[in-house]
Design a protein. Structure first.
Length: 160
């Protein structure tokens, strides 16, 4: 996870804390993150659920850009079935950002490659499995708030 020197909790993707909230109704538990949540050092949140999307749900990717482009109205979050989930992704990111403000969180550990949580790398928007540089919608919004965003690395990095 990360070294955390203050008493403030960190934000973590709910799926990394063992919550079955991913598009496929599964989780990607990370033992260190699960322990941090159990010990009260981390707060889990799922922007996609908080934005009103069901679980399970169709996979979604950012088309024609990244999370910053979505926030600026230049890109959309589109499901593999062609549904536009942009409004839900923005609403969920805003809800998580409010949680971050309320708890004075300064750091987030997020699921890699996700159209919400991806940090530095996301899927390319074509549902081909190709990865491109960029942030998900939540990661972009948190960075705007000055939050340090860290992607989970390793074998768990699969499509959100």
């Amino acid at each position: 996870m990360t070294s955390h020197s203050t008493s403030r909790p960190i934000l973590v993707s709910s799926c990394l804390a063992g919550v079955p909230c991913r598009y496929d109704a599964r989780s990607r538990p990370d033992a260190e993150i699960v322990r941090a949540v159990t010990e009260g050092r981390a707060i889990p949140a799922c922007a996609e659920q908080l934005g009103g999307l069901p679980t399970p749900r169709p996979t979604a990717e950012i088309a024609h850009g990244d999370g910053e482009d979505v926030l600026n109205g230049r890109a959309r979050v589109i499901s593999i079935e062609g549904e536009d989930f942009t409004d839900e992704f923005i609403a969920g990111a805003a809800a998580v950002t409010q949680l971050v403000r309320e708890h004075e969180i300064t750091e987030a550990v997020l699921q890699a490659k996700s159209p919400s949580c991806g940090c530095g790398a996301i899927y390319d928007g074509t549902h081909s499995g190709e990865v491109v540089e960029g942030d998900g919608v939540l990661a972009a919004m948190l960075k705007r708030e000055g939050i340090r965003v860290i992607p989970v690395r390793g074998a768990r990095q699969e499509q959100n």
